[in-house]
Design a protein around this ligand. Structure first.
Ligand SMILES: Cc1cc2nc3c(=O)[nH]c(=O)nc-3n(C[C@H](O)[C@H](O)[C@H](O)COP(=O)(O)O)c2cc1C
Length: 414
């Protein structure tokens, strides 16, 4: 029997009706759900619907209560999780600016910055892409313990295609359950370097290596390092002790960063810290080849065409070496960036390199993966050799969070 209490705040958008399915899933799981509707939400859906689905009061007015304490204070104290779905651009703006002019926004203002909030925005693409909306979201994540489940791409009510559709209700539900399972009232603020991964040493590699041809040119790849950085940031929020080995320059973080450029430099750095880490996440795209010869000075255009060929040699296979060196208590996670036969190739790599987990992503889709702020990945493990798990398209921050949650459930629980 669950005894956790969830406040479900519904604001006024075309997706308001989907909050009914969300409430229904949570109630079926025996969570106690109290709903608050904004005035605009009531134009789309009625309080009676939620009252019936949740077997509980649905509130719409901050001055209408028959308890001693103000309603928003009493609700805040009791709640384990606040879910805002759908969240309008207006609600997000009020939240970011501390505006409290109705029951829902007053409650958000009074809600502890340590308790978890799950925010699921939904709006027209232009609204979503509006820099002010994005800046408001940033303010919220920087100041509150708020997980944002980003809208997805699809057909919008305004007859356009684009990002803005409410995330799948099933995914919002899963994220809510996951946040609740972590004893929410003791959750840390995301910026605090203490949490459930306290004491764990996590080594992460990120970016794409560059193999010099001459002092000016190099052989490289399109990896931006954003996925690895998101993993490092999210693991840091969980309290882990992070070392990030990256090809990105001048990053400012509160954890240790080692800048590298070539596969050899990356290998050297990984090998010097591998022994002391419990988890290694190799998300860097390490070049398989490098020029056999590096020219000491810039190769001139005038060089004769027949001289212009570039013999390559193989780089060391870092993952393969680490797979062999890995100790019982270490978790080795690799990435597979593939353009063809994604799952088969990833499974082969998982097995050949003795990885515990492989994160596979398709690299020929320009909307996700290399360079993008978004990703969509499959997770494959050796453990039960079961079906791959898909983490549908989402920001790299959210994908990183979900990967770490998966690692936690699969490998870190006794
Ligand atoms: C038909 C219709 C659909 C709307 N859909 C959305 C939406 O999906 N997302 C959004 O941010 N605003 C949407 N709006 C605008 C909001 O309803 C409006 O900004 C309102 O002030 C939000 O109030 P609330 O945040 O207090 O619920 C819609 C408006 C109308 C008339």
């Amino acid at each position: 029997m669950q005894n956790k209490k969830i406040i479900l705040g519904v604001s006024g958008g075309i997706a308001s009706y989907k909050a009914c399915d969300l409430a229904s899933l949570l109630v079926k799981d025996n969570y106690k759900v109290q709903t608050i509707l904004t005035d605009s939400a009531q134009k789309f859906i009625s309080a009676l619907t939620f009252k019936t689905i949740t077997y509980n009061d649905c509130y719409t007015n901050q001055f209408d209560y028959d308890i001693v304490e103000p309603l928003h204070i009493e609700m805040c104290r009791e709640a384990d999780l606040l879910v805002l779905a759908p969240a309008t651009a207006n609600l997000i703006a009020k939240m970011a600016n501390g505006i409290a002019d109705d029951l829902l926004t007053t409650l958000i203002c009074a809600y502890s910055s340590k308790k978890p909030i799950l925010l699921a925005p939904a709006m027209n693409t232009a609204m979503w892409e509006n820099p002010i909306v994005q800046a408001n979201l940033k303010t919220i994540t920087e100041n509150l313990n708020c997980t944002i489940i980003n809208p997805i791409e699809g057909q919008l009510a305004c007859r356009t295609e684009g990002i803005g559709k409410l995330a799948e209700v099933e995914n919002i539900y899963k994220q809510a359950v996951s946040l609740l399972s972590k004893n929410s009232s003791n959750l840390q603020l995301p910026i605090l370097p203490e949490g459930e991964w306290s004491g764990l040493k996590v080594l992460i590699t990120a970016g794409g290596t560059k193999e010099p041809i001459d002092p000016v040119r190099f052989l490289g790849n399109r990896s931006s390092g954003k996925m690895g950085l998101a993993l490092a940031d999210e693991a840091y929020k969980k309290g882990a002790d992070i070392i990030l080995i990256t090809t990105q320059k001048a990053l400012k973080r509160n954890y240790k960063i080692i800048e590298v450029e070539t596969a050899h430099e990356l290998q050297k750095a990984v090998e010097s810290y591998f022994d002391t880490c419990q988890i290694l996440i190799m998300s860097a795209a390490v070049s398989d080849f490098r020029p056999l010869q590096v020219f000491a000075s810039k190769v001139k255009k005038s060089r004769s065409e027949s001289d212009w060929y570039l013999p390559l040699t193989k780089n060391p296979d870092i993952l393969e070496t680490l797979g062999r060196l890995k100790k019982e208590n270490q978790i080795l996670i690799g990435f597979a960036a593939e353009s063809d036969n994604l799952i088969q190739n990833a499974r082969k790599k998982l097995e050949n390199k003795k990885l515990d987990l492989i994160v596979a992503n398709q690299v020929d889709n320009t909307e996700i993966g290399f360079g993008s702020d978004y990703n969509e990945v499959y997770l494959l493990t050796q453990k039960d050799n079961s079906e791959e798990i898909i983490l549908p398209k989402n920001t790299k921050t959210q994908i990183a969070f979900q990967i770490l949650e998966f690692v936690q459930d699969k490998f870190l629980k006794c």
